[in-house]
Design a protein around this ligand. Structure first.
Ligand code: ZN
Length: 291
């Protein structure tokens, strides 16, 4: 799907099977920025997503070897899954925030420290990072295209969002929580600050997230606000679920919270419990999204 003159989006469907055998249908968006000298990929999707990406390139009269750079919004499996294969086929460079480097260069370390169900089926393998990106950096993709880096932690320590300058297309990775999806973040206070940071960018015309459909025009800023409201809704549920408990258990609280926000409690797992634990540290605070 073409978003604007230079940006294309590919939706990659995949499934996750939980330890209890529940199959969850998911998708992730991968974005391509077409320049005249090369193509920059924003994330690579899950393992084997290269097939859909390569077919898209051929269908739009481009070559696989045109891919010159993969920018990773962060290191989670559904964002780096095909990167090893694509790098192997094209020799492209890979860029990421320093805090995500270790989990890309050693995916088994990531699997141990953050055991996502089905990790090994989602990721083709480890790969070397060539370039580190810091907050505020602007880098040139050639042919007049420039990307500005915004460090947007919370979902993960080194999550970044990227703004294609001039076109005002914002690639937000998983930085903006999606209402109705499982709560997945390490630091809810940082997540709020990151969404606020993105809200402060002027004239964003295209919002291009990984977990959610792309939006444009008048829909962009309300989408960011909905992400903040969802964090508050989860926080309210955490407070209600733990009212009578002095030392609430994060996993048990997660089940109660999921039920309260109309998601199946059986989807509670250690990663969701980690998000809930982040709320528990702010349990005495009623409002977490307004200063
Ligand atoms: Zn993620």
């Amino acid at each position: 799907m073409q978003i604007n003159k230079h940006v294309h989006a590919i939706k990659i469907p995949f499934t996750i099977t939980t330890p209890l055998g529940v199959i969850i249908d998911r998708f992730v968006y991968v974005y391509l920025i077409y320049g005249t000298n090369g193509i920059c990929l924003i994330d690579s999707g899950v393992a084997a997503a290269e097939q859909a990406i390569f077919e898209y390139l051929w269908a739009t009269d481009r070559k696989v070897s045109d891919i010159s750079l993969i920018v990773q919004t962060h290191s989670h499996p559904d964002h780096i899954g095909a990167s090893r294969t694509i790098k192997g086929e094209t020799g492209c460079a890979v860029a990421v925030h320093p805090a995500e480097k270790a989990w890309i260069e050693n995916v088994q370390l990531q699997a141990r420290e953050r055991p996502v169900p089905g990790f090994d089926t989602l990721v083709a393998g480890s790969l070397a990072v060539d370039r580190l990106l810091e907050d505020g950096e602007v880098f040139d993709l050639g042919c007049g295209l420039k990307l500005e880096v915004f460090h947007t932690p919370g979902h993960s320590r080194g999550s970044i969002s990227l703004l294609l300058l001039g076109y005002q297309a914002l690639f937000s990775g998983d930085a903006i929580p999606v209402p109705g999806e499982l709560p997945v973040y390490e630091d809810v206070r940082a997540s709020v600050a990151s969404v606020r940071k993105l809200q402060a960018i002027k004239d964003v015309r295209f919002l291009l997230p990984s977990w959610d459909e792309p939006s444009r025009g008048d829909a962009v800023y309300p989408r960011m606000e909905e992400g903040l409201q969802y964090l508050q809704r989860i926080h309210d549920a955490v407070r209600t679920c733990t009212e009578k408990s002095a030392e609430p258990d994060p996993l048990e609280t997660a089940k109660c919270v999921l039920k309260a926000i109309s998601l199946p409690p059986e989807l509670a797992n250690p990663i969701v419990a980690g998000s809930i634990a982040a709320h528990l540290t702010l349990r005495n605070q009623k409002n977490i999204i307004r200063p």
